[in-house]
Design a protein around this ligand. Structure first.
Ligand SMILES: Cc1cc2nc3c(=O)[nH]c(=O)nc-3n(C[C@H](O)[C@H](O)[C@H](O)COP(=O)(O)O)c2cc1C
Length: 370
């Protein structure tokens, strides 16, 4: 993965790379996610009878070909033109779940069609009830079955690398940013071909022809950032499909999610982009799993970069694992081949580690923790 990351850095403008790669504040939580995960050891059983690894995974009534998927990333098209479509197609071809962000650069209708109704939709809560209901209706009409509510963005994360690049709201087009684009002709040509990335899901609610200043004001007022129990309960009433909560990092919040009737939890700290003094995601998963194992499916993201990391997270109780940056490094490094490459790489790495330790299925990984 570090090779793909380095190649991505060379292929996309600096502002796009820092947007993807950076964490908040001093990037302590970004590093902690990685370090704590990498510390996990899996114990091999070389002398037990073994009949091979099967990666099939059942999640919410659907069979996937492996226990991992693509995490939602806003403004994917800024990182690499057409990225949501590239990743949605790759995920579908590999039988993996793909989660589209509300602030993604492809519409939920287009992605649901592309993924034959298997994509999930991450829901940023709009400030207006009318827009909330319209987005929920659109998702249901498009055939989306899994809605992912987000709870870890009550504030805009303080991300120095983005601020230095002018990626605040409103964004600034600085001479340095223009120079960076000119230095990355392949990215620039692809952007011209695909068109300037837009918040495709929000277009029906946006005034036409806004300048960047107006866009900043619009985006600031459009979402209600803080998630509350009332908002979750209200969506639980309205959404008939599977409802997950993403961004949970403590047992208290996980227990609240369970009480509110959520169908699953994605333990996550947004890849270290929001709260620099928080626990690593694997630490959170460990704590939550000790109390809630078997009561509600627990999934995890943040810090996962390889098939071995996927196995490590599953050994700590995850029923599935999501990756944000890893998939995007692949697309930024390899363009339209990137999604396919990363999916195949992770699958091969996960299978290898399972065969190495003598584990038959993803669920069984739990028995291999040290
Ligand atoms: C550039 C970037 C943008 C993101 N945008 C969103 C978003 O719009 N919605 C969301 O739920 N999570 C978003 N996330 C968080 C990811 O869904 C996921 O939690 C995180 O990337 C996992 O960590 P990893 O990158 O170490 O795999 C974003 C992450 C990155 C890196």
């Amino acid at each position: 993965m570090s090779y793909l990351r380095q190649r991505a850095r060379k292929r996309i403008p600096g502002f796009a790379f820092d947007y993807l790669d950076g964490g908040c504040n001093e990037e302590v939580n970004l590093r902690r996610n990685r370090d704590d995960l990498r510390d996990i050891q899996l114990m091999p059983r070389y002398l037990e009878p073994y009949s091979g690894a099967n990666l099939d995974t059942e999640l919410f009534g659907h069979r996937y070909k492996a226990p991992f998927g693509v995490a939602p990333i806003g403004l994917q098209g800024l990182i690499w033109p057409g990225a949501p479509k590239i990743l949605a197609k790759a995920a579908t071809a590999h039988g993996l779940p793909f989660i589209l962000s509300t602030v993604g650069t492809a519409s939920l209708e287009e992605i649901s069609k592309l993924t034959e109704g298997t994509s999930w939709f991450q829901f940023y809560h709009p400030a207006e009830d009318r827009v909330r209901d319209d987005l929920l209706n659109r998702a249901a009409s498009a055939g989306i079955r899994v809605l992912v509510l987000l709870c870890d963005t009550p504030t805009f994360g303080f991300r120095p690398r983005e601020i230095r690049r002018g990626l605040a709201m409103p964004p600034k087009i600085t001479p340095a940013n223009i120079l960076q684009m000119l230095g990355r002709p392949r990215w620039t040509l692809n952007t011209l071909r695909e068109g300037v990335p837009r918040f495709a899901n929000l277009l029906p609610y946006m005034p036409r022809r806004m300048n960047l200043q107006q866009l900043g004001v619009f985006m600031d007022g459009f979402f209600e950032k803080r998630m509350t129990r009332d908002k979750i309960a209200c969506i639980r009433d309205r959404w008939k499909g599977t409802l997950l909560l993403k961004g949970v990092s403590t047992l208290d919040d996980a227990e609240t999610a369970l009480k509110l009737g959520l169908d699953g939890i994605i333990v996550s700290n947004h890849g270290g982009r929001q709260h620099d003094a928080g626990p690593s995601s694997i630490q959170s998963l460990n704590q939550i799993h000790r109390s809630l194992a078997g009561k509600i499916p627990l999934m995890m993201d943040s810090g996962v970069r390889s098939g071995t990391d996927i196995a490590r997270a599953m050994a700590f109780g995850a029923s599935a694992v999501f990756l944000g940056r890893a998939f995007m490094y692949g697309v930024a490094a390899l363009g339209h081949r990137g999604g396919d490459h990363v999916a195949a790489l992770l699958e091969a790495q996960l299978r290898q580690v399972m065969e190495q330790i003598g584990c038959h299925s993803p669920e069984e990984l739990f028995e291999y923790r040290e």
